[in-house]
Each structure stands twice: as C-alpha cells, then as structure tokens.
Ligand binder design. Structure first.
Ligand SMILES: Cc1cc2nc3c(=O)[nH]c(=O)nc-3n(C[C@H](O)[C@H](O)[C@H](O)COP(=O)(O)OP(=O)(O)OC[C@H]3O[C@@H](n4cnc5c(N)ncnc54)[C@H](O)[C@@H]3O)c2cc1C
Length: 508
C-alpha cells in the first residue's frame, strides 16, 4: 500500500453482528493485502439482534467476490435455497402469489412479456403470469437446481438466494476475516473521542480504559448507532408513517414437511408472519404495529401458528422504520441497523449492508474524507433506501383488506409521490418504472402488482402487431416450455442432500 500520509491505514469497526462481520470480511478480503489494518470491536455481553435469515440473490455475488465456496457456506450455515417469497392473504384473504427471483416470460420484439399476457386477458384468453415464470413454478413444485449457464435456455431465467442461520453466517465470516489478518477486540465501547478541530472521531475507549484509534470508523453497533447517532449526532428519518410495523416477536420451531425453496410471508390482522425453512429448523416471526395489537397477543398468535413444536421461547424486538439522515458523516459510515431499517418484509437488511459496504469500497476515501465522495455515497444510499421503502410500502397499500383496524389504516395511508407515480404508470399502461440503482427490478414490481390485484388498464400497443392466434400459441408454448423445464428439475431437499451435504461427506 502507498503510505502517503493521507492514506487510510487503520479502520475500526464497532459491532460484531452480521453488519460488522460482513464489513470485516469485505475489507480484509479486498483491501487487507494492501496493508490496511482492520480492527473489530464487539461486546458479547451486549449481543446481536440475532435475526436476518432470509436473503436476496445479491448475497451470492458478495460471497463470490470474497471467494467463499457456496456448498461449504451452505453446510456451515444450515442453509436452504430460496427462489422467492410466497405472499399469502395480502391483496385479500385467500390470495397467494410468489415474488420470484427471475423473469416472467421474455421480451418479444423488445416488448416485455407481461404486455402480451395483458392483451390476451383483454381478448378473454384464460392466462396467468405465473405460468410463464420458471422460479414461480419451480417453487410451487418444491424444485431446485442452479440456473443453466446457457442464456437461451429457460432454465437460466432465474436467480436464487439463501435461507440461513444468520448467527452461523457471522461466525463463518469471523473465521474468514481473522484468517486474513483482522484483529478482534472484545469489550464494550463506553466513549467516543472526537477531535475538537475537525469533528472527526479519533478513537473509542473501552470499558477497561483501552483507547482504540483509527483513521476511519464503521458504525455497526446496531439500533444503538453508537458513533453515528450518539457521538456525531446524525438524525434519523422516521418512516413509521409509511411502514407502520414497529415490533417483531420471533421463535424457532421444528421443521415439518418437505424442504421448501422459498420463504412465506402471511398477512395477519395487525401485521404479517414469516416462515423461513432452514435445514435443521424453521424460523418464524410476527411483525406487527403496537398501536393495533399487544405484545402478548402477538406472541400468542405466533406460537399458535408454528408448523412444528417450538424450539425457543418467543423473543421480542422493537424497531423504528427509517433511515439515518446521512449514512456517512465525518470519518464514519453507518452500516447495518445503525444506518437504518425498513422492516423484514422482502429480506432487505443484509442487501442494504452489502450495498453500504460495496459503495464504501468504491468511494474509498483518504484520511481527510473528501466531502464530494461522502455526498455521493449518501446520495446512492438514499436512493437505495427510498426505492426499497416504496417497494415494501406497495405491499401494504395494494390491498382491499378491510377486516381489521390495521389494514384499514394501511389501505388508506398517504404514500410518497415516488410510489404514486410508479403505481399510476402501471395502472394506466402496464409499464414499470425502471432504474439502475435499487434492489428490486421490473419482475419484482410485476409480481406484487399482479399478485395484489393491480390490473393495468392498457398494454403496450406494439403487441397488437401479433395476430390473436399467434399470441395464443406463443403464450401456450411458453407455458409449456416452463412446465417441461420444471419437470426436469430436482426436488429441493434432494438437491441439498446430494450437492451440499454429500460433498461434505466426501470431503471428510
Ligand atoms: C425482526 C427482524 C427480522 C429481520 N429479518 C431479516 C431477514 O430475514 N433478512 C435480512 O436480510 N435482514 C433481516 N433483518 C435485518 C438484519 O437482522 C440486520 O440487518 C442484521 O442482523 C445486521 O444487524 P447489525 O449487525 O447492524 O446489528 P446487531 O446484530 O444488533 O449488532 C450490533 C453489534 O454491535 C455491538 N455493540 C453494540 N453496542 C456496543 C458497545 N457499546 N460496545 C461494543 N459493541 C457494541 C453488539 O455487541 C453487536 O455485536 C431483520 C431485522 C429484524 C429486527
């Protein structure tokens, strides 16, 4: 590493939850060899939030960049594969749809496939978008295998993520980081020491009196926001008016039945409940708004609705949905819950951590932290958070449910202009607002729009160039291609047994 005295040489991460260890792994793997010293401080006495089991496909690229072997990671974290999320009872009670990690059909003459489906529906043809999605149909049949390398094969038209034990993931990343030279420091941070001239953080002091100095600090202290909030005084954008759930009660139970390659999110009277199947257990949680249900009632509802015998007592967590006003301030970046939290729906916590780390490495500063780099970082993180917020909010407002005060509140909530615009465009012409930055692209929006009964009035007129009979044949052929391909896929549980667990037995 060039030792120009402006170069950062020491980075201190405060916090050893998933955010802390993901940051540590990324920094040691990508910058450690250049001579960067990374120290992580964590306090076992304080512990971690201990949730975060369902992920998005982006995490695969994070792990790949670090050089982590997938089968090994899956064994170590007791993971299953995830093709998407099944949403039950959201648009109305009795509904069920899957938000898949993958496409619905394929563009024809540069027009997205769903416009052809809309036109067919207008012609009275009996058709459903799901039939054209390989990951939806595979999930419904409990099938899994990795995407085919040939982009022309329908078996290539999806991505996948993991459902894993987040505590084991953090432990894995700890071993990974320590093997690459990270220094772990056990202890509680009791003071943050600010430079009176620059306002930058010089060091943090531990309970035992030890000072740990750094050129740059990453706040991974969770909801506490020890550095970004307590020391640097950065405020928080409270989005409870958009995302009203503010508590969760969680419990693990025995896994019963076949191994499912998807997470389930079931809308309940005052929130929603997740079910995440891992290899050895099922994770469950009821996310709710405390204005509409008591903690006891939420816990009783959760425990009465487990698929198998409980393995843990219910654990309560409180949160305020929103985002830090600035995720980067002075010489500190907030990663993880200290930077914001948008609730667990759609599994975006770890994704936003990954975004935070990747953007930080791309905009890696010098010691004096150029304001332009910092502003660019904050601009990108603001966009990332806001787009996820709008996507989550869509699930709550695209509903006709009127069976509880909670749903009456959600159905009639004011929504941001950015979401109103997206919904208006889709309702009128079936067009999806596209963007580069952000977790959820067109197929995700389509899944929720159609799944929650937002039916577009129009469709792209270019689809009219296709004669009616050709259209019917094209749709039937696409559905049958998907169906046949799903028929060739392996059972999800068998795939794990043969390709994840058996490879361990062979290694032994
Ligand atoms: C109910 C719920 C469900 C969720 N589900 C999902 C999901 O399915 N998928 C997903 O991607 N995300 C999910 N998330 C988000 C995910 O859990 C978090 O993004 C992730 O765990 C990161 O947390 P963290 O590391 O920021 O904080 P924490 O896990 O709280 O870690 C904070 C760390 O800081 C340390 N610390 C704090 N204060 C001090 C101090 N004074 N001195 C020293 N150390 C200190 C603690 O000891 C700990 O090590 C969920 C969150 C909640 C609340």
């Amino acid at each position: 590493m060039n030792t120009d005295n402006r170069d950062i040489q020491n980075i201190v991460i405060v916090g050893g939850g998933t955010a802390g260890w993901m940051t540590a792994a990324a920094l040691t793997a990508t910058l450690g060899k250049g001579g960067l010293n990374v120290t992580l401080i964590e306090s076992e006495a304080i512990g971690t939030v201990g949730v975060g089991e369902a992920t998005l496909p982006h995490i695969r690229f994070f792990n790949q960049k670090l050089g982590i072997d997938e089968a090994t990671l899956m064994r170590e974290t007791k993971a299953t594969y995830k093709l998407g999320i099944e949403f039950k009872d959201w648009g109305k009670i009795g509904d069920s749809y899957i938000h898949p990690f993958g496409d619905f059909g394929f563009d024809i003459n540069r027009v997205p496939f769903h416009h052809y489906v809309s036109r067919a529906a207008k012609l009275g043809q009996n058709t459903h978008l799901d039939s054209y999605s390989l990951p939806v149909m595979a999930a419904r049949h409990g099938k899994f295998q990795p995407p085919h390398p040939d982009p022309n094969n329908v078996l290539s038209t999806f991505g996948y993520a993991y459902q894993f034990d987040a505590g084991l993931y953090a432990q894995y990343l700890r071993k990974f980081s320590e093997a690459r030279g990270l220094t772990r420091q056990e202890g509680r941070v009791v003071q943050t020491n600010i430079n009176s001239e620059t306002g930058f953080i010089d060091s943090v002091t531990l309970e035992n009196g030890q000072d740990i100095a750094g050129d740059f600090f990453i706040d991974c202290s969770g909801f506490r926001g020890l550095l970004i909030k307590d020391a640097l005084g950065v405020g928080y954008r409270d989005w409870t008016n958009y995302l009203p759930c503010n508590r969760a009660v969680t419990a693990a139970c025995e896994h019963i039945g076949p191994s499912l390659p998807y997470t389930t999110a079931t809308a309940k009277a005052s929130g929603w409940q997740w079910r995440i199947p891992l290899q050895h257990r099922t994770g469950n949680g009821y996310v709710y708004c405390s204005d509409f249900i008591s903690d006891d009632e939420a816990a009783n509802t959760l425990m009465a609705d487990l698929e198998g015998p409980a393995r843990t007592d219910p654990k309560m967590l409180r949160f305020t949905t929103g985002q830090r006003d600035k995720c980067w301030e002075k010489n500190c970046v907030a990663v993880g819950l200290s930077g914001g939290f948008l609730e667990p729906l759609e599994s975006t916590g770890l994704y936003l951590i990954q975004e935070a780390i990747t953007n930080f490495i791309e905009l890696f500063p010098t010691k004096d932290c150029d304001a332009v780099d910092r502003d660019e970082y904050n601009r990108i993180m603001d966009i990332s958070f806001e787009r996820v917020r709008d996507f989550l909010l869509l699930h709550y407002v695209a509903t006709t449910r009127d069976d509880s005060p909670f749903w009456n509140h959600c159905r009639t909530m004011e929504i941001p202009d950015s979401l109103q615009y997206k919904m208006d465009l889709f309702r009128s012409s079936g067009r999806v607002v596209t963007y580069e930055i952000g977790a959820f692209k067109d197929p995700s929006w389509l899944a929720v729009y159609y799944g929650q009964n937002i039916v577009p009035q129009g469709y792209n007129p270019l689809t009219d160039l296709m004669p009616d009979t050709v259209l019917a044949g094209q749709l039937a052929q696409t559905a049958s291609t998907v169906d046949n391909a799903v028929g060739t896929m392996q059972n999800h549980g068998d795939y794990i047994k043969h390709h994840v667990l058996r490879s361990a037995a062979m290694d032994a």
